[in-house]
Design a protein around this ligand. Structure first.
Ligand SMILES: [Zn+2]
Ligand SMILES: [Zn+2]
Length: 169
């Protein structure tokens, strides 16, 4: 877990701090599958800007995510470009909106922040290619490698039951 101690940076209103930090990034879970960032410790740019009322925190990072295609389970990978912004008021009072969940005891949890920001940047469908044909619902073969149809069989409920059984085995 990568944290950043905010006590080490003393800023006056109007001042800015900017530094490159290696952030440890945990694999992401989507739909029961694991998606692994490469590199696992991407270099992020952290910018802290002090205003008269609080601290603006910005995080920028690029990484490549590797994991199974959601249709055919072949390897898929894609780049994510993350820019995230948080705000921590100096005197937040009662309002949660004026504080970031990633700061506790002046420690900024960069790993948790980066993880959530990358998760938000993931596409809805993670595919090996845009036109991935997926797996055959009848026999389970990869339709990208072996395009085929089962005449009549697909509509036969016995085959559907059999293929369901196969999926469970
Ligand atoms: Zn695919
Ligand atoms: Zn088939």
């Amino acid at each position: 877990m990568t944290t950043f101690n905010l006590r080490n940076v003393k800023l006056r209103p109007g001042e800015q701090f900017r530094d490159a930090v290696e952030v440890e990034l945990e694999p992401l879970e989507v739909g029961g599958q694991r998606y692994v960032p490469v590199p696992e410790r991407p270099e992020a740019v952290l910018t802290l800007s002090q205003t008269s009322s609080g601290l603006v925190l910005e995080l920028e990072l690029q990484t490549r995510i590797h994991g199974p295609c959601m249709r055919c389970l072949a390897d898929a990978s894609f780049d994510v470009d993350v820019r995230s912004r948080e705000y921590q008021a100096t005197s937040p009072g009662e309002s949660d909106e004026l504080t970031t969940p990633y700061i506790a005891d002046s420690k900024l949890d960069l790993s948790a922040w980066a993880h959530d920001a990358v998760a938000l940047a993931l596409p809805d469908k993670i595919l090996c290619r845009e036109a991935c044909a997926g797996l055959c619902p009848v026999c389970g073969k990869d339709l990208n490698r072996e395009p085929h149809e089962h005449e009549g069989e697909a509509s036969d409920p016995r085959w559907a039951a059999l293929s369901e059984l196969k999926d469970r085995l």
